[in-house]
Ligand binder design. Structure first.
Ligand code: TXA
Ligand code: MG
Length: 352
């Protein structure tokens, strides 16, 4: 299949852009797939109420079909039509954070096919704030099922070029809307349990959620790397990034981390191995290795969220045998950053 690649400027949705979005919408209504930007990561969109579309999404990503998709909507009425009941907490959270990087899990009704929910009786729903995404949802019949637009096992795409790498030839269209704003996938909160429970950390932090809801739980498996329990979000059990070289996260004071990584890098180089290092703007110049990349500024976590997946993807091209990364503060947005980084490292972390 030939994949059309089109460009739209989110800040300038003119007649040409609207015409493209109408075309993209009819592709989705007819059962085809379109990759599009959201404020978190790029999504791979199909009609969320069409079981055949969801099957195509799993096939294009190479994703296990027990891993449910998020349904993207453009208004609250759309939510009311596909769930058994909208809990009070959902209205509160939608008022506070939608459109935005938060996904709500509720009990689905018969309109949502099991193909979309990976066989579950619940459905994950999100209203994105990206204007291209919002317009596309409206043009597509109101319900776009969209996982991140990467091949299963690779980091989520934060640029259209990442979608092109993974999905070119497999889907009808890729909408290039430039770099995404946030860079990490949405926070997921399950509203079907007595106390709402965070299943995936993201830009909307536990503190922001508990300020609205009073109290929230967090699925321990996503913050405790030693937990052997199964995560409640099926997708969280899969490794998101399998670097060719083993990634080790190193935690400690800045001086100790740099000294440790440089010593390990020297040892590896002596064995003829190629070494990659993930540092920050402030430390990048202090390492010795074949490939050294900065993931952003430690004092501005949003820069790290924005760059992390891109940097992980860049290492795929570098053929390194071993990789080391600095560790980041595990609070606020740092919780989401460390969750993704630990997954990439297969939970391999040393404290020095
Ligand atoms: O920011 C995002 O959420 C992006 C953009 C495109 O919106 N989407 C995204 O989708 O990250 P995906 O499919 O890569 O991740 C969805 C996660 C998976 O871990 C999946 O298991 C979980 O959501 N999930 C979906 N429906 C669920 C449900 N009913 N119950 C529990 N977990 C669910
Ligand atoms: Mg994903």
């Amino acid at each position: 299949m030939e994949t059309q690649i089109v460009q739209i400027d989110e800040q300038n949705i003119d007649d040409r852009a609207k015409e493209i979005l109408a075309r993209a919408g009819s592709i989705i209504k007819q059962g085809g797939l379109v990759a599009f930007p959201t404020e978190t990561v790029y999504g791979l969109g199909g009609d969320g109420l069409n079981p055949e579309s969801s099957k195509k999404i799993y096939a294009a990503k190479g994703r296990p079909s027990d891993n449910p998709l998020i349904v993207h909507v453009a208004d609250m009425e759309a939510v009311e039509k596909i769930v058994e009941e909208v809990p009070e907490a959902a209205y509160k959270l939608a008022k506070a954070f939608w459109p935005g990087p938060l996904t709500l899990i509720m009990k689905k009704n018969g309109k949502v096919p099991y193909e979309t929910t990976g066989g579950l009786d619940t459905v994950a729903i999100r209203m994105p704030s990206n204007r291209i995404a919002m317009e596309l949802i409206k043009q597509s019949g109101g319900y776009i099922a969209a996982p991140s637009a990467n091949t299963s096992g690779r980091p989520s795409p934060t640029l259209a070029s990442h979608c092109i790498e993974d999905l070119s030839g497999k889907i009808e269209m890729i909408i290039d809307g430039g770099a995404v704003g946030i860079g990490l996938e949405s926070t997921i909160i399950d509203l079907t349990s007595d106390t709402p429970m965070i299943l995936r950390p993201g830009y909307i932090t536990p503190k922001m959620l508990s300020d609205v809801l009073g109290s929230v739980d967090i699925d321990r498996t996503i913050i405790d790397s030693t937990s052997t329990q199964k995560p409640k979000a099926p997708g969280m059990k899969y490794r998101h990034y399998a670097p060719k070289g083993q990634l080790t996260i190193v935690e400690g004071s800045q001086d100790a981390v740099i000294a440790y990584i440089n010593a390990r890098s020297k040892e590896a180089a002596a064995k003829g191995q190629r070494v990659g290092i993930i540092g920050t703007d402030a430390t990048k110049g202090l390492y010795n290795a074949d490939v050294i990349k900065s993931v952003g500024k430690r004092e501005d976590e949003e820069t790290i969220a924005h760059e992390l997946f891109k940097v992980l993807r860049e290492f795929d091209e570098e053929n390194v045998d071993v990789m080391f990364s600095e560790s980041f503060d595990d609070s606020g947005l740092g919780q989401a950053i460390m969750n993704r980084l630990l997954k990439a490292a297969g939970h391999n972390k040393v404290v020095v």
